[in-house]
Ligand binder design. Structure first.
Ligand code: AHR
Length: 529
């Protein structure tokens, strides 16, 4: 007869030796591969670079005499990393910095450029060594398009116009000759021009009505040069978008009698922009630490990131009324996580990155893609060494962040057609936060390949996913995953990276359906053929 003591010992031994059974939830996903929607514009993978902290200086520009390997002063390692993930465009020179920037200070021989003061960011000295020529060289090196944000608060239409003439004028024109004297004969192309940054705040402290009129004035001189993007509404300031579109969308408001009927019907805004940052909660003044945070900060950061979806929907609803033909897009010109800054150099905005940032990046990109018809551009704030960067540098060392890994995994969505997704999954609930635990986005390439990205933001439960696909017979499914045990898992410089994507095992395909398990707090990307 076996004693109850022996049974207890056997049970304990079994419990210690056995793998822990993870908590889980079930989710079903139906993807309509036969009902392709709008193109996922590659430009939603765009970047934002501002003269701030170590974003430009050290992060991109080290100067031609640096021992750090460079091409004409620009870091080779950073260029190679950005080329690998096909960065389509870069917005520059700010941000609030753009509203203090005078482009003439940063052309001509570098040694004779006047040193300025970066009044937008900590009064740090601005060498002006990275100016128009260096920026345009940089975007050409990474194979991206430039998005120039012109100064509205302390500049003028004349200054902005002269800048565009300098960049794009033929070599035989006066501005083109000056450009050639400074080293560039061929005119550049400037496909995107942003008219002002946060004009409700650092960009001129304007009302929506006042800015709309300023916008109209800038349009009259910048129209020949590129796609024009109107300054952003502050996050959920829907009234701003409403007033801007009412007052500035058309050259003549629709009810104005005019003989110029054709011109009157052409929108003079190509995109309206929105800026929105993730904090843990909604209080800009109370930021979560970048590492060593608890589940409460995790949950509140995820809740705030999900608001991006509502924000796009509500700005889109306003656009639908003013522009039912869908000509005008949304440029989500600044997005990303903003954690507590270093008290020793608060204007630096340098932050460590963890698994939480990867989840925020995946969730945000899924939201953009699911609104592909209106969201035609987005700019991650900011590309190197600032906020939710793709890349961190420390002197000659470079680190690819968890956000970089997400951009890498999502590459095959770029330029594909978005697919409708039906999702049935429970909420993730914690301390009063209740939000969808799972986010999904799917797209189809011209060769029929379908990419599905899933973000399981629940930090404790894995998702058991049953996925069906209409209009596609699956023969092959492969996936990669970013996950880790700790919410704030991260790599230090030169350490092995716990967040580098790895193949996802346990994917099964049967009779056109796919089943898989997305680990707790993970980003999964599947390629289906
Ligand atoms: O990205 C940092 C700052 O955030 C930008 O300069 C400004 O536009 C926004 O408030």
């Amino acid at each position: 007869m076996i004693s109850s003591y022996k049974i207890l010992v056997a049970l304990v031994a079994c419990a210690v030796g056995a793998p822990a059974v993870a908590a889980s939830y079930n989710a079903t996903i139906a993807i309509h591969a036969d009902r392709a929607g709008a193109e996922i514009n590659p430009d939603i993978y765009g970047q934002f670079v501002e003269h701030l902290g170590r974003g430009v200086y050290e992060g991109i520009w080290v100067g031609p005499d640096s021992p750090i390997p460079n091409t004409r002063g620009i870091r080779k390692d950073v260029v190679a990393a950005l080329r690998k993930i096909k960065i389509p465009l870069v917005r520059w020179p700010g941000g609030c910095f753009a509203e203090t920037y005078h482009w003439r200070d940063a052309i001509g021989p570098r040694e004779s450029r006047a040193r300025g003061v970066n009044t937008a960011w900590g009064d740090e000295v601005e060498s002006n060594h990275f100016g128009t020529h260096e920026f345009m060289d940089f975007v050409e090196q990474i194979g991206a398009k430039p998005f120039i944000s012109v100064n509205v608060a302390s500049g003028s239409p004349a200054e902005a116009q002269a800048w565009m003439q300098y960049m794009t004028g033929p070599a035989t024109s006066g501005p083109g000759q000056e450009r050639a004297k400074n080293g560039r004969t061929e005119p550049w192309k400037v496909p995107f021009i942003g008219i002002g940054n946060e004009t409700w705040g650092c960009g001129g402290n304007m009302t929506a009505e006042f800015y709309s009129d300023v916008y109209r004035q800038y349009v009259s001189v910048l129209k020949p040069y590129g796609t024009l993007i109107a300054s952003d509404a502050n996050s959920d300031d829907y009234e701003w978008t409403e007033k801007l579109l009412t007052r500035a969308l058309y050259r003549h408001p629709p009810d104005t009698p005019t003989s110029l009927a054709y011109i009157s019907k052409q929108p003079q805004i190509s995109m309206v922009s929105v800026h929105f940052y993730t904090f843990a909660g909604n209080d800009w003044g109370k930021k979560s630490p970048a590492i060593g945070f608890g589940e409460s900060d995790w949950a509140r950061a995820m809740e705030r990131t999900w608001k991006t979806d509502e924000m796009i929907q509500r700005h889109s609803d306003i656009l639908d009324r003013h522009d039912p033909a869908g000509k005008v897009g949304i440029s989500f010109s600044e997005w990303g996580a903003w954690w507590a800054t270093d008290p020793k150099r608060p204007s630096n905005l340098y932050q460590a990155q963890t698994l939480r940032d990867a989840i925020i990046a995946g969730l945000t990109l899924n939201i953009f893609q699911n609104h592909a018809a209106r969201v035609r551009m987005a700019n991650l704030a900011q590309m190197v060494n600032v906020l939710q960067a793709l890349i961190l540098t420390d002197k000659e060392k470079i680190q690819l962040t968890p956000t970089y890994h997400v951009f890498d995994l999502y590459q095959s969505h770029q330029g594909a057609l978005s697919l409708p997704v039906e999702l049935d999954a429970p909420d993730y609930a914690h301390e009063g936060v209740a939000i969808p635990a799972l986010s999904v986005s799917a797209s189809r390439r011209p060769n029929g390949q379908v990419t599905v990205s899933l973000v399981n933001l629940d930090p404790t439960r894995e998702a058991r996913v049953a996925m069906s696909l209409e209009g596609l017979k699956i023969r092959k499914a492969a996936g990669r995953v970013i996950t880790a045990d700790a919410m704030d898992a991260r790599a230090g410089f030169g350490e092995s990276d716990p967040l580098a994507p790895v193949p996802l095992d346990r994917i099964t395909t049967r009779s056109g359906a796919v089943s898989l398990t997305a680990p707790a707090k993970s980003v999964v990307v599947l390629d289906l053929e």
